[in-house]
Ligand binder design. Structure first.
Ligand SMILES: [Fe+2]
Ligand SMILES: [Fe+2]
Length: 257
């Protein structure tokens, strides 16, 4: 199988991941009716999602360690990606800190809570275990799935934030339709990070940062790994992460039911 076909296949498998789409994400399905949305449960879901945001740089560094000295393009991209998460394009402010600050100022609650719940702990621990224990090709498949799923997942999260804002505060915060707009992202990218709002922050991710992580990681993989030898391992890691993600959101919704 050539690389192009493999990439098409991976992208197609993503469409079977229910968590990544508004009409099928288990939390979005529970709370899609704005009149009946339970805001404390929406808030709890966003707080659990934040644990993933907090762990992303750590997961990238595990991937980096797996390929240290063996894959220059992958190493360079993982370092660049981590730098971006830590603030290289956002005036030195890490993305997790921007997100935390904006939720506080626009939604009026702290997204940072002390304890992850059982479902989040299982999700993060299993991902970490896969990154460490499986083959390097499997591990990079996990990271590729994480970066590829980030754009659709953030659109769902943007929708959940908007539901919360409408129901709890009676105001609009994120126009979900704008999350596909390069023009809207250009407006955001002209701002200093201090002046971002949640819509700026999310549209920069959906249009620029996360699509960049996805495309650059895939291109680095194609440069450094002969996928003809191990297409199965990379695809298995990719699928593993999507399955974990689906399971996590199902469990989050179960906790909310
Ligand atoms: Fe980010
Ligand atoms: Fe990313």
């Amino acid at each position: 199988m050539d690389n192009k076909k493999l990439w098409q296949g991976l992208n197609e498998t993503m469409h079977s991941c229910k968590a990544l789409y508004w009409n099928t994400n288990p939390i979005a399905v529970l709370f899609c009716d704005r009149d009946s949305a339970d805001t404390s449960k929406l808030k709890a879901t966003l707080q659990q999602y934040y644990f993933l945001v907090l762990r992303i740089a750590g997961f990238l560094s595990i991937g980096l360690a797996r390929y240290a000295g063996k894959a220059p393009a992958i190493e360079a991209e993982l370092i660049r990606n981590t730098g971006e998460e830590m603030g290289s394009r956002t005036n030195g402010e890490p993305h997790c800190s921007i997100f935390e600050r904006l939720v506080n100022s626009q939604l009026g609650f702290s997204i940072e809570v002390h304890c992850e719940n059982k479902a989040t702990r299982a999700f993060l621990n299993q991902m970490e275990k896969g990154l460490i224990m499986e083959s390097p090709e499997y591990a990079i498949g996990i990271l590729l799935a994480l970066e590829t799923s980030a754009t659709p997942e953030l659109k769902v999260v943007g929708g959940l934030i908007e539901n919360y804002a409408q129901c709890a505060l009676g105001k609009a915060v994120v126009n979900v339709a704008a999350l596909d707009s390069p023009e809207r992202a250009a407006i955001a990218s002209a701002k200093h990070a201090n002046n971002f709002n949640l819509e700026d922050f999310i549209v920069l991710h959906t249009i620029d940062y996360e699509s960049g992580h996805r495309d650059r990681l895939w291109s680095a993989i194609c440069q450094d790994i002969n996928l003809k030898n191990e297409p199965g391992q990379l695809a298995a890691g990719f699928q593993f992460l999507l399955n974990l993600m689906d399971q996590w959101w199902v469990e989050l919704a179960r906790g909310c039911a």
